[in-house]
Design a protein around this ligand. Structure first.
Ligand code: S3P
Length: 439
């Protein structure tokens, strides 16, 4: 890498101040577009995330015959009522695991053939977790290594069955793929997941009129029951701000002295707010004001001010509620007092990059001390001492790029970030906002 490679991120000398309108929730945005394939009517959608991942979903849904029209900042979506058209080319899911896994479920019930592929990262990610359970509903899917890896081929059928399925992994993508197939099936479907995963699909399907129930069990598992047959009806929605994007500002403002930020309209679905709870337990100054509801999801404004942080130990279900936030949480831990241990996070090895390895590498490149564990990491806190700074590689992973930028703000020399464009996957305006917030 030459000296001019990548993007330079300078330390934030005076703190971060102002209001941040975070972009729309990525998980909710994918679902609005995909569920429109099965729903009737039309919806004016405001706040839909405009990013590379959601664009992948939009282009796939358009290739399947769903009509989506831009109307200023809003998107007008016409439901296809379950009558999609056979795409005349391979569907490209880009970098987006949500697109590929949810489309497997949608296409499993359509009477035609389709092929799904994606970029090199997505073609390495595990797909058996969706193709396996879907085939037990009668779906016909194939792919490399026994339907484990994309490209995947789906030969849809109108003859899907229901029944009870244990997913074996707490994954909202697996659950949502099954729900999309189940909506097109001939009999009721019961899904049992070993622990709670994000429940946007259940909320949105209930709002569209589906007969669906989510039942947390005493042993920690979650049972989701769906009875197909009711029509799904679209109505206008405001997509809440993405708490996973807010996460970068929550950590940045916490660790850069003199910061004070307000983030209005952030989605506060309890299956997603693990980072808010953990940062508070670490001593962060975070207040939630103006609570409300949007798109069936709790929302609110978050105010965050800098505060000294202390270490924490995390494992098990704690981790699922903040799985996408672990890279930036590790940055917070590195600035805290004491040693933080994060375990039970082996799922991170299967994200856009191996996020245990890439988080460890990023922190070391910034000058922090961190140990890699098979299922997590141990971070040695610096008790507020700025990171020395250095050159960091995003590994083409949006969340690693933004976590590194947050670390750079709390460093003495800043960082030169290789492949900063990865942020376009979920937060295209991230660097513009970062520069605006410097006090
Ligand atoms: C997502 C679910 C999560 C998350 C991913 C988005 C979704 O993955 O990590 O970024 O939109 O359903 P899992 O399916 O592994 O829970």
């Amino acid at each position: 890498m030459s000296a001019s490679d990548g993007r330079w991120i300078a330390p934030a000398e005076e703190g971060l101040r102002g209001r941040v309108q975070v972009p729309g929730d990525k998980s909710v945005s994918h679902r609005v577009l995909i569920f429109a394939g099965l729903a009737e009517g039309r919806a004016r959608v405001r706040g839909l995330l405009d990013s590379a991942d959601v664009d992948s979903t939009r282009r796939c849904m358009e290739a399947l015959g769903v009509d989506i029209v831009d109307e200023g900042d809003a998107r007008l979506i016409h439901g296809a009522e379950g009558r999609l058209t056979e795409p005349d080319d391979v569907l490209d899911c880009g970098n987006s695991g949500t697109t590929m896994r949810l489309l497997c479920g949608l296409l499993a019930g359509q009477p035609f053939h389709a092929v799904l592929t994606g970029d090199a990262s997505l073609r390495r990610r595990p797909m058996r977790r969706v193709t396996g359970p879907l085939s037990s509903l009668g779906a016909r899917l194939d792919g490399r290594q026994g339907a484990s890896l994309a490209p995947l081929s789906v030969r849809g059928t109108r003859a899907l069955t229901g029944g009870e399925i244990e997913t074996g992994v707490a994954s909202a993508q697996v659950k949502s793929a099954l729900l999309l197939a189940g909506l097109q099936g001939r009999s009721p479907l019961q899904i049992v997941e070993p622990g709670p995963s994000r429940d946007h699909s259940e909320r949105m399907l209930a709002a569209l009129g589906a007969q669906i129930r989510r039942l947390p069990q005493d042993d920690g598992s979650v049972r989701v029951e769906l009875v197909p047959g009711r029509p799904l009806k679209l109505s206008d929605v405001d997509v809440p701000g993405d708490v996973s994007s807010a996460a970068f500002w929550l950590v940045a403002a916490s660790i850069v002295p003199g910061s004070d930020l307000v983030l209005p309209g952030v989605g506060l679905n309890p299956t997603r707010t693990g980072l808010v709870d953990v940062l508070r337990a670490m001593g962060a100054s975070i207040d939630i004001v103006d609570p409300g509801l949007s798109c069936g999801e709790p929302v609110g404004a978050i105010r965050v001010r800098s505060a000294p942080l202390r270490a924490i130990d995390l494992d098990g279900p704690d981790v699922v509620r903040l799985i996408d936030e672990i890279p930036v949480l590790a940055v917070a831990a590195a600035m805290a007092r004491g040693v933080t241990t994060i375990r039970g996070a082996q799922e991170l090895r299967h994200k856009e990059s191996d996020r245990i390895a890439s988080t460890v590498a990023m922190l070391r490149q910034m000058g922090a001390t961190v140990d890699e564990l098979p299922d997590g990491l141990r971070v040695h806190g610096r008790a507020g001492e700025p990171f020395p700074g250095g050159r960091v590689d995003s590994h083409g992973d949006h969340r690693i790029a933004m976590a590194a930028a947050v670390a750079a703000l709390a460093s003495s020399r800043g960082c030169r970030l290789r492949d900063p464009a990865a942020v376009t996957i979920s937060y295209p305006s991230f660097f513009d906002t970062l520069e605006e917030l410097r006090a």
